[in-house]
Design a protein around this ligand. Structure first.
Ligand code: AMP
Length: 286
């Protein structure tokens, strides 16, 4: 079956509705395109979990700040369709901006606690843009299950909170981060990295791993874990936005690892702003 490309929300809604009426199960993978293997892993899991697999491609302007990379964000429709067809996508929903934000549009969704700090502090309004567009995509595609990457950990938590708070009735599945052979988390923004910057970008994951190794030796204080990660990352990148230890279930700040922690980092390397995170579990020591 050739992929169906749908650009209008009403047409997508009608297609989803008829699939639901026929008793089908819809899986949605929302993306901004410029697809890579990280996205492909979400699509493969979506293929397993639904009988209609929908991929949305939409570079959402409302989640970019005024000085961010909206204009430069890679747009690679042809290769995206190729990756989508190899992953077994049935429908690509690729709306124009005006179909998503027609004149008069004004409703937004805030998830203020979960969006506080981390990327929310450095990118004001970002998670409002994300929550609002994901709510719209869920209302348009009406999926039974929607898949997101743990690479954008705070985003995943914001979406889980919104879906629960607003009774959206969709199962949210978080998928592990897919990495390059040297550990760099795959990202559409890795395209911004020139040769030397690409090598420097590995510092984020190396820093996270150093912290995990320290925790495995029985050091649980946030200051120590953050300190060792910073010691690896700081000399290599151009600027750190944050390195923070949080509770992996609630995203609350923690001073000491108690059960499941997650260490999150954002840093600038050349033109790219990169994020990454690593779960750090408290292991019982004899
Ligand atoms: P994006 O279009 O890149 O903003 O992301 C679309 C979806 O793919 C989001 O749910 C991301 O968390 C997820 N994603 C992006 N990069 C990766 C990766 N390296 N591994 C797993 N999921 C990813």
């Amino acid at each position: 079956m050739p992929i169906r490309v749908v650009s209008q929300p009403l047409a997508m809604q009608a297609l989803a509705e008829s699939h639901r009426q026929a008793g089908g199960r819809i899986a949605l993978v929302p993306t901004m395109g410029a697809l890579h293997e990280g996205h492909a892993s979400l699509l493969h899991e979506g293929r397993r979990r639904g009988d209609l697999l929908v991929l949305s491609l939409f570079v959402n302007p409302t989640q970019f700040g005024p000085n961010e990379d909206l204009a430069a964000y890679p747009r690679t429709m042809e290769s995206d369709l190729d990756i989508a067809s190899r992953a077994g996508v049935d429908v690509v929903f690729a709306p124009p901006d005006a179909a998503m934000y027609p004149p008069g549009f004004e409703t937004t969704i805030d998830v203020p606690n979960t969006a506080r700090g981390l990327c929310g502090a450095v990118r004001p309004g970002h998670f409002r843009g994300v929550a609002t567009v994901v709510a719209k995509l869920l209302n348009i595609v009406r999926p039974h299950v929607a898949l997101f990457g743990e690479k954008d950990y705070q985003q995943l938590m914001v979406i889980r909170r919104m879906v629960q708070d607003l009774d959206m009735g969709v199962e949210v599945v978080g998928m592990p981060t897919v990495r390059e052979a040297d550990g760099l988390a795959m990202s559409s923004r890795n395209r911004y990295l020139s040769g030397p910057d690409r090598a420097r970008a590995t510092a984020l994951y190396r820093g996270l791993q150093a912290a995990r190794a320290l925790a495995e030796q029985g050091v649980f204080e946030a200051t120590s874990l953050v300190g060792v990660a910073r010691a690896v990352i700081e000399p290599t990148v151009d600027r750190i936005d944050y390195v923070e230890l949080r509770d992996a279930d609630t995203l609350a700040a923690i001073a000491r690892l108690e059960k499941n922690g997650v260490l999150l980092v954002a840093a600038h390397v050349g033109r790219a702003r990169l994020i990454d995170n690593l779960r750090i579990a408290l292991v019982d020591r004899p």
